[in-house]
Write a protein that binds this ligand. Structure first.
Ligand code: ZN
Length: 125
């Protein structure tokens, strides 16, 4: 993953974190208003196929997912940000394999690859 992609993930993670910790109002105007106008420009920084998904749906889906467990989500985002700083972002914490970018796009704070995540969930449940 190159620096530009990491920067893009970092931006997304920080943005989601801000939303989660409650600075919703100030950011909402920015996100839903201004950024929409800049969507074409913003998407050039996004390494995936978010253009196809539509930014609104993309963000909403992530937020719905995150809001299911806000505290844990903030913690996961902090962990992901720390992993970016350490240069190990996008690598599965368990098996050390690269986490597919499509998964990171859908779940920027994912610390596990899908396989390990499933294993963990089945063990927990
Ligand atoms: Zn794994």
């Amino acid at each position: 993953m190159d620096a530009k992609e990491l920067a893009s993930f970092k931006k997304t993670l920080l943005f989601l974190r801000e939303k989660l910790v409650g600075n919703v109002n100030s950011l909402q105007g920015e996100a839903l208003g201004k950024n929409r106008q800049d969507a074409a420009g913003d998407l050039s920084n996004v390494p995936f196929h978010m253009a196809d998904l539509g930014t609104d749906n993309y963000e909403r889906d992530i937020m719905i997912h995150l809001m299911e467990n806000e505290t844990e989500a903030v913690r996961n985002i902090d962990t992901a940000l720390a992993r970016i700083e350490k240069g190990i972002f996008g690598v599965c914490e368990v098996c050390g394999k690269k986490i597919p970018k499509a998964r990171l796009a859908a779940l920027p704070h994912a610390g596990l690859c899908l396989e390990c995540q499933r294993k963990e969930e089945s063990e927990a449940g």
